[in-house]
Design a protein around this ligand. Structure first.
Ligand SMILES: [Zn+2]
Ligand SMILES: [Zn+2]
Length: 209
């Protein structure tokens, strides 16, 4: 691989974007002459030297910066990486002491109700279900305006309308899966993720009587 010697630290590194930042848009393009470590050190030193000025700027523009960061985050959470990050966070929350306590409470309420009302799926079950999956399709992880109550074991195959057979699904997944068994259909999808399959299994384990 072609190497380049950093203009600051004199160390030779592969001439790639992993080791050298791209030049700013005002420059001719290509990579910077100094390596990423040196650029970073320079930025840090510059920041340290101007810390007070930055703080004053941030204080004066707090509202604008907040709005910008919010929009930046929103855009990020629309990307695949962002969506995956949310799912990981949801899963962490569901497994955290607070998350578990919340889910246990919902589970207890549901059990108490199911005891007197067999084979049913109520608003509260749907709320828990949506919470578990982070208001997203259990299969593709996408958000949708309408999430369908998807029978994992299809009605046609005798799948009951109970919490341990229902997951939220977007319209697209809902109509793609139709009456196919989960383990035949899901792994063949381009958006298949083991993690989401595990989320479904974890959820059914939680809500099963
Ligand atoms: Zn360097
Ligand atoms: Zn989907």
């Amino acid at each position: 691989m072609q190497e380049r010697t950093c203009s600051k630290c004199d160390v030779s590194k592969p001439e790639t974007e992993e080791f050298f930042r791209k030049r700013g848009t005002k420059d001719r393009g290509g990579l910077r002459p100094d390596c990423r470590d040196c650029t970073k050190a320079r930025d840090r030193a510059y920041y340290e030297a101007n810390r007070e000025r930055y703080k004053a700027y941030q204080a004066a523009n707090a509202e604008r910066i907040r709005a910008y960061m919010l929009e930046y985050k929103r855009a990020y959470y629309r990307t695949e990486t962002g969506k995956a990050a949310i799912q990981r966070a949801n899963r962490r929350w569901n497994q955290s002491p607070e998350g578990k306590a919340r889910l246990t409470l919902l589970q207890q309420r549901r059990r108490a109700r199911v005891a007197g009302l067999e084979s049913a799926f109520a608003t509260e079950d749907w709320t828990l279900c949506l919470e578990w999956f982070g208001q997203r399709c259990a299969y593709c992880g996408g958000s949708a305006e309408t999430l369908h109550q998807e029978h994992v074991i299809p009605v046609e195959s005798g799948g009951p309308y109970v919490p341990w057979n229902i997951v939220p699904a977007c319209g697209s997944c809902n109509s793609s899966k139709t009456t196919k068994p989960l383990d035949e259909w899901f792994p063949g999808q381009p958006f298949y993720a083991e993690e989401r399959m595990a989320m479904i299994a974890d959820y059914f384990a939680l809500v099963s009587p």
